[in-house]
Design a protein around this ligand. Sequence first.
Ligand code: PMP
Ligand code: GLN
Length: 414
Amino acid sequence: LPAAYAQSQTNVWVEYVQLAMKYKPLNIGQGFPDFAAPKYVSDALCDVARSDNPLFQQYTRGFGHMRLVNALSKLYSPLIGREIDPQNEILVTSGAYEALFSTIMGHVDQGDEVIIIEPFFDCYEPMVLAARGIPRFIPLRKMTPTTSGIASSAEWALDTKELEGLFNSKTKAIIMNTPNNPLGKVFRKDELEIVANLCKKWNVLCISDEVYEWMVYKPNKHVRIATLPDMWERTITIGSAGKTFSVTGWKTGWAYGPAKLMHNLQMVHQNCVYVCTTPIQEAVARGFEYELPRLGQDDCYFVSLPRELETKRDYMVKFLSETGMKPIIPEGGYFIMADYSQLAKNLDLSTEKDKYKDYRFTKWMTKNVGLQGIPSTAFYSEPNKSLSEDFVRYCFIKEDGNLQKAADILLKWK
Ligand code: PMP
Ligand code: GLN
């Protein structure tokens, strides 16, 4: 295995999906909905599969099916405040994952530094290493004391001085993720401005992973960093149909940004994936066309889903607190980080051999209690994993009945 990949051989998803298959726990670990997608989206895919038009089953345009890039342009142009060219400023990818990969591979060269904010979606680090770049980590730190009894992700922030200290002439890019997975932090505009100003000062690319853009809970607002002054020119923004329409298995995502930067992604994409699946792209396009006229209205899925998720979030915060865990209320996304240390105080986890306590705890829980969470140190670099060993990550985009079962399992066991 080439050195660029040899250093990233473990993967939390590979390991925990396998664990779930073996022990069949109630899975509130990996982030995917356990309920159906909106009917018009799945109907669209059925219609496409049965369509008289044979071309829906054949290759489509490599950089994105025209109907989908047109829909994405219609969606994002008003949100970004400029006309986005569907042909040259949008790339459709195999999930947001490939959008991240193409962005990183298309920009990062050997020795280039990439700033990654912890906790981070785990693939950022191996992707930067695969490009032979150097990840430079900065953790979100608890900057504000908890006043209400239960902490909020808003209390975690970047230390501006520490951030400034990371930028230098070797910095090629910074990866932003708002709402953040796994903490749920939604970056405020003033926080993004600090990042934007440093990007401009040091001529740095901003990679903005916004796959949870619609899952933002009141009173927070999603701010797209590409809309800040002079940021369009240096930002690649990434989205996901899987998250947007609750169809994570469709693995369709996109990146948008200025043509000059998008060219670099296209070069990776055309030599790797070349073209994404046609029927899925056609169905996602139809899904957007269905939502576009009712954007922002109560019946729009991008409004109704977060409303439902907010209730699920609050329920999970409540039952985790009742078991003695200390959850952090997320402002966005569909995950909750919770400190389980009180609960695990008297547990004998010695049957598990992992290096980090959260791995031992989550594996022990899967095998002995029948409930699966994700170890949060998977979202930290090696030197900073100790910051997070007391935390587990749970996912709340699950049927109410299953959340209830999770609560029952935990309360009965504690
Ligand atoms: N970024 C973040 C922050 C995520 O949580 C995910 C979830 N898988 C992705 C990117 C990848 O999205 P996709 O499933 O569309 O590849
Ligand atoms: N984004 C999801 C999560 O964080 C799924 C990750 C994955 O399967 N790679 O749980």
